[in-house]
Design a protein around this ligand. Structure first.
Ligand code: ADP
Ligand code: MG
Length: 333
């Protein structure tokens, strides 16, 4: 009896053990499946994240392309407009300016004549002298004498400014009048520095950190214009505190070179940086800036299949980096 009971028990135990074994196998199997599923899900998730990042990068690229397109559209239309406006303004400016010179001579003659009359007043009767004095007082002639001269001077200054704007507009729209040539950028930088030396020498020291660069195929006079604008902008950035302008050049790879113009001046806030290449954008007082310098620089660099990068920090300074190919793939007209 007992024997039978032991036997049954043993059989039961074996059965239970087998079942447990089976269950454990099943569990391990299920576990492996779950792990696999999880890994699969992870893979899908990774792929989704990668795809999302790719899309974000694409959107960013699209935005950049869109901005560039906007920029060049704006430049093209502003260029046409500028050429027309400059042409139209040139004529009236010419005659106003020449008339002002003539008028100035006339006023000087009148002043000379009144001085002579003044000298002759001694020979005039008392009644006559009183009459002249009354007229002088009524017309405020003494004031007019001085003011006429300063009015003419102010007008001449106004015309000078308009001329400068017209010149900038012309430079801006006639960007294409030049020859492609192989040029030494250091020579260009040095001669440009000479031209602006007067603007710079009182406000900053210039440090030349020139690297070894080959001659570059370019529109040399136009690149000089870019350097000139950058240097003048830098010279305006010091606001009364003497600073340093550093000009750095170097070769990047076998194919391109860079020119950096850096200042330790006032720097720019990000929202200003975002607009500096817009035609007519300026933060300078009326008469000091036309807001065309950097948009001109931008279009010149674009024509060279180059680029301009800006780094700026308020209170620290600004660095403009022009990068351009040594040789043009295709010389644009
Ligand atoms: N080196 C610089 N430091 C600080 N601000 C600058 C610098 N260069 C350019 N800017 C800013 O960019 C604006 C546009 O420059 P630009 O196109 O040359 O026009 P403009 O010099 O006539 O104002 C300037 O008014 C100024 O605010
Ligand atoms: Mg400028």
């Amino acid at each position: 009896m007992v024997d039978q009971a032991y036997k049954d028990f043993d059989e039961d135990r074996t059965a239970i053990e087998r079942t447990l074994d089976l269950m454990s196998q099943e569990l391990t199997q299920r576990n492996a499946e779950l792990r696999h599923e999880l890994a699969q899900k992870q893979l899908v998730q990774d792929a989704l994240i990668a795809e999302k990042n790719e899309q974000l990068a694409l959107i960013k690229k699209l935005e950049e392309a869109h901005n560039q397109l906007l920029q060049s559209e704006k430049l093209a239309s502003i260029g046409q407009l500028a050429a027309g406006v400059a042409h139209e303004i040139n004529n009236p400016i010419g005659f106003v300016s020449s008339n002002l010179t003539t008028l100035r001579n006339y006023v000087n003659s009148f002043l000379e004549a009144t001085a002579v009359y003044d000298g002759l007043m001694g020979d005039v009767s008392d009644a006559g002298r009183q009459q002249v004095a009354a007229m002088r007082a009524k017309l405020d002639l003494d004031f007019m004498k001085d003011d006429a001269v300063s009015l003419l001077e102010e007008s001449a200054e106004g015309i000078r400014r308009v001329r400068q704007i017209v010149q900038d507009l012309k430079d801006f729209s006639h960007v294409d009048e030049a020859q492609w040539q192989w040029a030494d950028l250091h020579k260009g930088l040095n001669s440009t520095l000479n031209i602006v030396n007067n603007e710079i020498k009182y406000v900053a020291d210039v440090v030349k950190d020139y690297g070894l660069i080959p001659e570059v195929q370019c529109l040399a006079s136009q690149l000089n214009q870019v350097f000139l604008n950058m240097l003048i902008n830098a010279s305006h950035a010091f606001k009364g505190k003497r600073g340093v302008i550093t000009i750095r050049t170097g070769q990047l790879d076998g194919e391109s070179v860079f020119v950096e113009i850096a200042d330790n001046g006032c720097g720019m806030a990000p929202e200003v940086v975002g607009r500096i290449f817009d035609p007519f954008f300026t933060t300078k007082p009326v008469g000091q800036g036309t807001g065309l310098g950097l948009s001109l620089a931008y279009s010149i660099m674009k024509k060279h299949q180059g680029r301009i990068d800006v780094k700026s920090q308020v209170g620290e300074g600004t660095t403009f980096r022009m990068t351009l190919p040594i040789q043009q793939e295709e010389v644009l007209p």
